[in-house]
Design a protein around this ligand. Structure first.
Ligand code: IMP
Ligand code: MG
Length: 181
């Protein structure tokens, strides 16, 4: 596993993410296998893309995939959400599984769930690679959780700081001095 000079510590390794994604994929397969409605994975751009790619290999169902881009972050502080790219698929009557990189305050995902229910989805569930329970400001939780982490800012495996560090193959904590410029 290669190191990056800006990373203080590695929290979750690529192997751990692969193993956990396989477990989640198996659980999702089991939970949806008798559903008649199609299952649509809705990945939130851009942070969830590496997780989506890993997870979907382990879902043994006839799934479809679509993307939404919702912005809530400026630097390291949560702000209101804004829909930048909406779905291309009509979701009326579909089972939706939202794929998210991390749930922090919960505001982003709660808004997205509301929007998708409003559009006539049959069901909306959430799978998140990471969960920061201490950051929660609204009442929402993932149905499928990868890892619980402390309340610190992480990057890698899709997660960014000002669009950087997404390509790191692990989740790590950024050194404080990297926030300062
Ligand atoms: P929430 O609305 O506060 O739950 O924010 C969720 C979104 O904020 C995620 O989709 C991430 O894009 C971003 N986010 C929250 N915490 C972190 C972090 O520690 N590192 C990078 N992005 C984060
Ligand atoms: Mg995000």
């Amino acid at each position: 596993m290669w190191e990056n000079k800006d990373i203080k510590k590695i929290l979750i390794s690529e192997d751990q993410i692969k193993t956990r994604s396989a477990e989640l994929g198996r659980q999702i397969t089991e939970d949806y296998k008798d559903c008649e409605e199609p299952l649509l994975l809705v990945a939130l751009l851009r942070g969830s893309v590496p997780f989506l790619a890993e997870l979907m290999k382990h879902i043994d169902l006839d799934i479809q995939v679509d993307f939404m881009d919702v912005s809530s972050y400026q630097g390291t502080k949560s702000t209101d959400i804004r829909i930048i790219k909406d779905l291309d698929t009509s979701i009326q009557g579909m089972n939706i599984l939202l794929v998210e990189d991390i749930i922090d305050t919960g505001k982003t995902i709660k808004e997205v769930v509301k929007t998708l229910k409003h559009k006539g989805a049959n069901s909306v569930k959430i799978v998140a690679l990471l969960n920061k329970p201490e950051g929660r400001m609204v009442d929402v939780n993932a149905d499928y959780n990868g890892f619980e982490i402390e309340n610190e800012f992480v990057v890698g495996y899709g997660l960014d700081f000002n669009q950087r560090y997404r390509c790191l193959p692990y989740v790590g904590v950024l050194k404080e001095e990297c926030y300062q410029n």
